[in-house]
Design a protein around this ligand. Structure first.
Ligand SMILES: NC(=O)c1ccc[n+]([C@@H]2O[C@H](COP(=O)([O-])OP(=O)(O)OC[C@H]3O[C@@H](n4cnc5c(N)ncnc54)[C@H](O)[C@@H]3O)[C@@H](O)[C@H]2O)c1
Length: 308
């Protein structure tokens, strides 16, 4: 059985690519969420979890600024997979526009604070405000820690941790002016436990939790909520990559899936991006208006191994 057939057999129709076809997203607009006419900036929105979040929010009537580096390496230590390219960012922007909301394409790097400030300014100017920010952009660079190259360490810290800080720094002034906002960060099961083979990634994801909880305390007085989502394995190009399964000592996607099936409480080897997106939509919405400082595990019950 090849990889595609295997994934089909366990119900994962389109591994290796973001699951974003409209067939996957059947949700209709829910006025109780109060997301109609709002504005969200989503980083890493060209594909994967970021795109799924953008689509899910757009289905609730939210206008979306889609920000992505749109460059397969971005000059970084990317091996074993690639980042999104500009064609994917264009396609993502069109997909959002087709949902009947405004879509703004922003090619920018979350490592660049000035670029993030410009991105926020454009979002406010062209889409009319900034109600939700999703700091989703992230990378992986796999290696046992002892053999890790310095740039593998630095690049992952710069994107996954400093990139989140830059995104929030850029957003705070507008949210303070409005006296409202929802900031959603992406951590991981790798931010809840040690993960051999990705000390850099795990360090950033623990760091994102520390940042999220601290910001929830600092920004609450401005009616700004700050929450994190901690997914388990999700079918995106980052996870469905050779670098990923090799880093865990596995020889194939099949082996990786068997291991994850054993790890999860619920009977699935991996989630789809839409499963994460629905939690982000909830956290962005008025239904979560008194939820802040939360790390929401969307981990098929695998989180029961480690959360108190
Ligand atoms: N896929 C998983 O199994 C999984 C599990 C837990 C957490 N996460 C987290 O979810 C987030 C999204 O991951 P994904 O799986 O969708 O990955 P992905 O690689 O499919 O998508 C990430 C997107 O971020 C963009 N990006 C990367 N560096 C950037 C930069 N410097 N500036 C702007 N954009 C940049 C990429 O081009 C890409 O479009 C990440 O923070 C990741 O760590 C993923």
């Amino acid at each position: 059985m090849d990889r595609k057939q295997f994934l089909k057999s366990v119900g994962l129709a389109s591994a290796g690519v973001a699951v974003t076809s409209t067939g996957v997203f059947g949700k209709s607009k829910d006025e109780n969420l109060s997301l109609n006419g709002k504005t969200a900036l989503v980083t890493g929105a060209a594909r994967g979890i970021g795109l799924a979040i953008a689509v899910d929010l757009a289905k609730q009537g939210t206008n979306i600024a889609l920000l992505d580096i749109a460059d397969p390496t971005g000059g970084m230590a990317i091996k074993g997979y690639r980042l999104a390219n500009e064609a994917e960012l264009n396609a993502a922007t069109n997909e959002i526009r087709k949902l009947g909301v405004k879509a703004l394409k922003i090619k920018a790097d979350v490592r660049d604070l000035n670029a993030m400030k410009s991105a926020v300014a454009r979002t406010i100017r062209e889409l009319g405000g900034l109600d939700t920010v999703v700091a989703n952009a992230g990378i992986a660079a796999w290696s046992p820690f002892e053999a890790m190259e310095e740039n593998q360490w630095k690049d992952v810290i710069d994107v996954n941790l400093t990139g989140v800080a830059n995104t929030v720094w850029a957003a705070i002034p507008q949210m303070k002016r409005q006296q409202s906002g929802s900031i959603i960060t992406l951590t991981s099961i790798g931010g809840r436990q040690g993960v051999p083979g990705v000390a850099n990634y795990a360090s950033t994801k623990w760091g994102v939790i520390g940042l999220t909880k601290t910001l929830a305390l600092e920004l609450g007085k401005y009616n700004i909520r700050v929450n994190a989502i901690a997914p388990t394995a999700v079918n995106t190009p980052l996870y469905r990559s050779e670098g990923q399964y090799q880093s865990t000592g596995m020889n194939s996607f099949e082996e990786q899936d068997k291991a994850m099936l054993g790890y999860h409480a619920l009977p699935t080897p991996a989630l789809d991006p839409v499963d994460i997106a629905q939690s982000a939509t909830f956290l962005a919405s008025d239904n979560a208006k008194f939820i802040s400082g939360l790390v929401m595990d969307v981990a098929a019950g695998g989180n029961a191994h480690y959360t108190g």
